[in-house]
Write a protein that binds this ligand. Sequence first.
Ligand SMILES: CC(C)(COP(=O)(O)OP(=O)(O)OC[C@H]1O[C@@H](n2cnc3c(N)ncnc32)[C@H](O)[C@@H]1OP(=O)(O)O)[C@@H](O)C(=O)NCCC(=O)NCCS
Length: 298
Amino acid sequence: MQRQERGKTPDSLPKPRGLNDMEKADMERIRANCRVEIADSNHPRLSDEVEEYLRYLRIHRLISLPQDMQSQSNTMFRRIIEKGLRVALLKYKGPEVPVGGNATLPPEAVIGVNSSKQTDAYPHEWFDNLLKARQNHTMDDLTTAVESARGRLKFQPFREITDRDEPVIAAGKGAGFLSLIHVSPRLRGCGLSQILLPEVLKYYWQARDVPYVFVYGRTPAISREQEMKAEFEESGVVSTQNLNRYITQVLGGVKRDFGVGVNQKAGAEIICGLPDSVLDRESLNCGYLAIYKNPRLQ
Ligand SMILES: CC(C)(COP(=O)(O)OP(=O)(O)OC[C@H]1O[C@@H](n2cnc3c(N)ncnc32)[C@H](O)[C@@H]1OP(=O)(O)O)[C@@H](O)C(=O)NCCC(=O)NCCS
């Protein structure tokens, strides 16, 4: 959306969807009236926040529907209290506003969510070294380094970090890990992720005092790339070279992939592609590693 307005997007790139029916003024009203509320184990109204988070996940079918709310909220409580999961809710605080068609957005609606945790899955040096190595190594080298760290330092896939059995970590220790960011489909392209993410990062820099926050991002638009789709269908994986070339093109603005753009725009360093690292057919099982550095270390 932004690139198109600045006239930088080649006509051949897919146009952003959504917002067709929404007035710019309404979109601005939503942006100006959003607040981020972050719930960790110290939050005074933790049960309300957990219920709202679960309701959001269920509405958007991000968690399975058949399970009852009670058992899901018990699981969520355990994750927050025992494993340090944090839940960030982006709430709309303004008056009722139209959002296209006949739909309106009521005050207090949750319009985006993020979950994250503090983990000691990787030591600080791992992040330091990867950031430094970018100066004299290619992205392909870095993918190899991250993948072959198995043995010396095991590369930990998404599930392993999310479910890692570790007690709540003290401030100043470990790193932040962003596990989910989701914005209501009707409101995508309004820049809401860029209100939510900076607040989550601020929480990790200030309240948790960590030097790094990292994320394994998605590359959902890669499945529009015929060459890579064919490679994936034939061999079951996208090669490191093809994935990193694709990510480089996205970072350079030649291609558009909201899965990469979301972290790039929020200030992450995109380190390297991670082929065959996640079960995500839309992304052809590809992901990438991105690192945010605490501004006090810059
Ligand atoms: C990724 C996500 C959180 C971005 O949220 P957002 O508030 O729409 O973010 P932005 O408004 O900054 O827009 C992000 C991009 O999506 C594009 N976009 C616009 N409308 C869109 C729509 N209806 N659907 C998808 N993408 C859209 C924008 O043009 C923008 O492209 P750019 O980064 O190349 O400039 C959101 O798309 C989402 O919830 N996706 C599904 C969950 C997901 O994949 N999360 C993990 C990402 S690693």
